[in-house]
Ligand binder design. Structure first.
Ligand code: CA
Ligand code: CA
Length: 511
């Protein structure tokens, strides 16, 4: 749609599409249309690190009943105390916010489970999503005092903490199974299993669905999670299974978290399949500050392995800038619910680095899934939830598991560059065209600071010459923020050879 047409349609039904249209018309770098706004949400400056507490670091061997390291779905002994002890490791990596799984008491026994290539195993609630009692912490994770200490010590290091909370369901067994209201209504919905028919009343993964439309049930889960947040000082919630609760629940949730935890208490929705477009309604109604972008991972994995044209991938990256101002897309390469990126790339660490660099060069809040920064192995569930590799360091449960320190150094560098360059955190987006489809090229420019970074990426197994028109105002001399070498601009074009499977981040040299 031509830009003039977009701008002249005051009655356009979907404002999202209008904004996207403005981005597609090329206003990204020149103006305020694409991710440039006075309403920028400061969480878009953060780098988030997601930890499954049980898999990270064991700081208290005294809370390890039934720990079984041979069971890929069992408890492995990590806890809040161990995570707190490793905060300097995370501070050194450069992350600025930490997301931890739910920490309430889990169902006492796991469920038998099967996965390809593995013997049948008992799948325990080590991940935190099978809550038995919302009002108690699971001693295997630690005490409330230990959660408070984690938050305090993280804050001392300039790291915010997001607590994962579940409102939708309980564990397969829980203290709520037989609970009834004063009027005799059960707290749990039974027999409504099809999420295609009704996402709110279905049993996600067969888990008992809480009837949160009943005020007594709603108050219980709200009071439990909000109370825990108030007492421990966490900075926000990651909201599990967002699409499986009704909009009026989330409206009340927003109201209560703001009233009881502060105006700035941050809410990040896990809306399965979320994109800039599908999350927009929640942003428009101001139910949450942010949502996960489920497309980033697969888009990068596809592009870097040769699927699709570079211009199409570049257009996807541009579409992310249509997210409603004041709201944030959280983009990740791996998660506990999907196969890990490095595995999906066949273990190709160079291609993985390309995606990590593009993640850090993109608008939104990058999410690092624990251990990705040291090339943690494990691919499909349940091994995508395996132990944090600690190499020679005496930290259980991942003691002796190999880690790639060069990969960690690369992540450190990427995070540092992102922190130093407002163009990468807040800037608009301009796709730079060039004849060779092998190269992805775009510019990010932050209007407020004037900072500009040009991103060039080669997905091929051989060197490729990039030859693109420099963005307006680009000087004769630039430098590579990752490699340090100087790149000259001649006759308005940036021309250089990109090494196989590599990324360059170019910034103007000072005059
Ligand atoms: Ca422990
Ligand atoms: Ca539900």
């Amino acid at each position: 749609m031509p830009r003039s047409t977009v701008a002249c349609l005051p009655g356009l039904r979907h404002r999202f599409l209008r904004q996207l249209g403005a981005c597609l018309a090329g206003l990204a770098v020149a103006g305020a249309a694409c991710g440039q706004s006075a309403k920028f949400n400061p969480w878009g400056d953060e780098v988030l690190y997601f930890v499954l507490v049980d898999r990270f670091a064991d700081g208290d061997p005294g809370n390890n009943p039934r720990v079984d390291l041979r069971n890929p779905g069992g408890w492995h002994g990590g806890d809040l105390k161990g995570l707190t002890q490793q905060l300097d490791e995370l501070k050194d990596l450069g992350i600025t916010a930490l997301w931890i799984n739910p920490v309430q008491l889990q169902q006492p026994r796991g469920e038998m489970a099967q996965a390809p290539g593995l013997p049948e195993f008992r799948h325990e609630g080590f991940h935190g999503y099978w809550i038995y009692d919302f009002e108690r912490l699971d001693p295997r994770f630690g005490s409330e005092a230990e959660l408070k200490s984690l938050v305090e010590q993280a804050h001392q290091r300039g790291i915010k903490v997001l607590l994962d909370v579940v409102y939708n369901h309980t564990g397969y067994t829980s203290s709520y199974t037989a609970r009834k209201t004063a009027a005799g209504e059960g707290w749990i919905r039974v027999g409504e299993g099809n999420c295609e028919v009704n996402a709110v009343t279905c049993a996600v993964g067969g888990l008992p669905d809480l009837r949160t439309e009943i005020p007594e049930v709603r108050d219980h889960v709200l009071a439990a999670n909000i109370g825990l947040a108030r007492r421990t000082g966490v900075d926000g919630f990651r909201l599990d299974t967002y699409k499986h609760l009704a909009g009026d629940f989330w409206a009340e949730h927003r109201k209560r978290t703001r009233a009881e935890l502060g105006q700035d208490f941050f809410l990040l929705a896990e809306y399965w399949g979320g994109t800039a477009e599908s999350l927009d309604g929640f942003f428009e109604r101001d139910e949450v500050d942010a949502g996960f972008d489920f497309s980033f991972k697969g888009s990068c994995e596809g592009w870097v392995t040769g699927r699709g044209r570079s211009v199409a991938y570049g257009a996807y990256l541009r579409s992310r800038h249509a997210a409603r101002p004041g709201h944030v897309l959280a983009h990740y390469l791996s998660s506990h619910d999907e196969p890990m990126a490095l595995g999906n790339l066949g273990g190709d660490r160079q291609r993985f680095r390309v995606c990590a660099a593009l993640q850090m060069a993109s608008l939104g809040m990058p999410v690092i899934y624990y251990g990705e920064e040291v090339a943690r192995g494990g691919h499909e569930w349940p091994l995508n939830r395996n132990d944090m590799p600690w190499g020679a360091r005496g930290i259980a449960p991942g003691q002796g598991v190999a880690r790639d320190e060069a990969m960690r150094s690369f992540y450190k560098q990427l995070i540092q560059v992102r922190k130093e360059r407002p163009a990468l955190r807040r800037g608009g987006y301009q796709l730079l065209m060039q004849p060779q489809d092998a190269v992805l090229a775009f510019a990010r420019r932050d209007a407020a600071s004037g900072d500009t970074v040009v991103v060039l990426a080669n997905r091929e197994d051989q060197p490729v010459v990039a030859d693109v028109a420099a963005p307006a105002g680009w000087p004769a001399s630039a430098r590579d923020l990752l490699g340090g070498d100087t790149v000259a601009t001649s006759e308005g074009r940036i021309k250089l050879t990109l090494a196989p499977k590599s990324v360059r981040l170019l910034a103007p040299n000072p005059n």
